[in-house]
Design a binder for this molecule. Structure first.
Ligand SMILES: *[C@@H]1O[C@H](CO)[C@@H](O)[C@H](O)[C@H]1NC(C)=O
Ligand SMILES: *[C@@H]1O[C@H](CO)[C@@H](O)[C@H](O)[C@H]1NC(C)=O
Ligand SMILES: *[C@@H]1O[C@H](CO)[C@@H](O)[C@H](O)[C@H]1NC(C)=O
Ligand SMILES: *[C@@H]1O[C@H](CO)[C@@H](O)[C@H](O)[C@H]1NC(C)=O
Ligand SMILES: *[C@@H]1O[C@H](CO)[C@@H](O)[C@H](O)[C@H]1NC(C)=O
Length: 437
């Protein structure tokens, strides 16, 4: 999504304040090894949503699940009522943990989202590429623990840090949502805050599906019905983009999104001829490279990559007698299902391979993750054109991630991926949500 970076820090008033210490989250005496959140696909926007139980009394806040987002932000303008809401003071430990040096003034009656002497935030709607100025806040979050196969006891995090956004920022988000839950690489991202609250590994795993999937925080195992434990993940380094890819950010901020090093794209073992320079992150501008996103419903490729990729796929499909039909937007190539077989891992179409750090570390994409059914007898290659000036050259989107388990280890900076669980006779909708608490 094209968006112009702006330096919002100039919008904030910088005022001096005495630093105050705010205590870090204190878990209850039961110490969970892992936590979980349900992640549900919204059929109309194709966004993934989760529910964060927040505030006193607790409110089940439906928010968009944003894999690369910096933090949790919610609309505080409308209907935020909580007796445990508080504002961190400027220059406090919470503000520095949140990476905020700015200090705001609000010229309206005090309410959640309108405080004096609170550090400023930049809540970002990463779906529309719109950001605004907001403020950091603290409140209670309550979340289910898990032993890997079922939800267990609910645990509380009393001092969860989030950002207060505005009602207008919800435009473009799935109906009923009140913000976005950022799973990105940042101290105030949900994975880091969960790990800090209960002293478990800074690690999380996501399993998206077309219905209700699941995200795990902390340690595995990851068990899906009928009792299938997902292990033996292939791993690749997570790369850091030194320039933020957010819609607006303070200068010098790194990207909180997850980048990986795709070195080649192959279709049925043949390299697609593309300009490999585009696959590298340009350190000075943050352009280029490959990231993983849950706010893009389909994988997005820079125009020259998209064209070469689509042509190569069409050629391989033709070699298998798969009949091309008129394209259906937003896709570039569509086919009749007539001559296409169906396998356990989806339609029998040419296999797509993302080659990573070496020729034998490959993310394989089979029919279930490459072909989108647009009508009874038409399927389309589920990749879209990102334009000639795409900020990130390849954005692996939600459809390509579905029914794959992907694990982010923030301590060791590694991504683990399972390839399609359909090949292991389960899927991401098969987590047993019956609580054993
Ligand atoms: C913040 O301080 C200003 C100036 O003292 C005052 O006018 C305003 O009402 C205060 N706002 C809040 C939210 O307390
Ligand atoms: C999780 O707890 C349930 C209920 O006690 C049990 O049936 C299951 O085997 C446990 N799973 C693991 C991975 O320990
Ligand atoms: C490849 O892409 C880079 C970055 O956009 C560009 O500078 C270079 O000219 C391109 N090379 C070719 C051969 O098109
Ligand atoms: C494709 O169709 C042609 C003509 O019907 C046939 O001769 C050929 O064997 C088919 N190829 C494959 C790979 O099915
Ligand atoms: C889901 O877990 C519950 C609690 O452990 C168990 O009673 C139930 O049989 C499980 N469901 C299936 C389909 O195995």
């Amino acid at each position: 999504m094209a968006s112009s970076p702006m330096n919002f820090s100039i919008l904030f008033l910088f005022i001096l304040s005495l630093s105050s210490s705010t205590s870090l989250a204190q878990p209850s005496s039961f110490r969970p090894k892992a936590l979980l959140l349900p992640v549900t696909k919204d059929k109309s926007t194709l966004q993934y949503t989760t529910v964060i139980n927040q505030r006193t009394p607790l409110v089940a806040a439906s928010v968009v699940f944003d894999l690369g987002g910096r933090e949790l932000w919610v609309d505080c303008d409308k209907g935020y009522v909580s007796s445990t809401y508080s504002s961190p003071r400027c220059r406090s430990a919470v503000c520095s943990r949140a990476g905020s040096n700015s200090c705001g003034i609000c010229f309206s009656p005090p309410r959640p989202g309108c405080s004096n002497n609170t550090c400023g935030s930049i809540p970002d709607n990463t779906v529309t590429g719109t950001a605004t100025s907001g403020e950091y806040a603290i409140d209670v979050v309550s979340i289910q623990s898990t032993n890997g196969s079922n939800p267990g006891r609910v645990v509380k995090i009393p001092n969860f840090v989030f950002s207060c956004g505005s009602t207008f920022l919800l435009k473009g988000l799935a109906r009923g949502t009140v913000g976005m839950a950022g799973m990105g690489r940042h101290n105030v991202g949900l994975p880091s805050q969960f790990a800090a609250a209960f002293s478990f590994n800074r690690k999380f795993a996501v399993c998206l599906t077309s219905g209700r999937g699941v995200a795990f925080y902390g340690n595995g195992p990851y068990v899906f019905l009928p009792g299938i434990q997902i292990s033996r993940l292939t791993t690749t380094p997570l790369l850091i983009n030194p320039v933020s890819t957010a819609s607006a950010y303070a200068s010098g901020e790194k990207s909180s999104e997850y980048f990986i090093g795709v070195s080649d794209i192959r279709i049925v073992d043949k390299s697609v001829p593309i300009n490999k320079t585009l696959l590298k992150i340009v350190a000075s501008t943050g352009f280029g490279g490959t990231k993983i996103s849950t706010v893009d419903p389909y994988t997005v490729m820079e125009t020259s990559i998209f064209n070469a990729f689509t042509s190569a796929f069409v050629r391989e499909a033709a070699a298998r007698n798969i009949t091309r039909v008129s394209s259906v937007k937003p896709f570039g190539a569509c086919f009749s299902t007539q001559n296409v077989g169906v396998t356990r891992v989806g339609y029998a179409v040419p296999e797509i391979q993302l080659v990573l750090q070496s020729n034998n570390v490959v993310w394989r994409i089979f029919g279930a993750n490459s072909m989108v059914s647009v009508s009874d007898d038409v399927i389309c290659l589920g990749f879209v054109d990102g334009g000639v000036n795409a900020r990130t050259s390849v954005v692996i989107g939600g459809f390509q991630l579905e029914d794959n388990l992907i694990e982010f280890d923030l301590a060791s900076n590694r991504l683990g991926f399972s390839s399609t669980l359909l090949g292991r006779r389960t899927n991401c909708a098969n987590f047993n949500f019956t609580s054993t608490a």
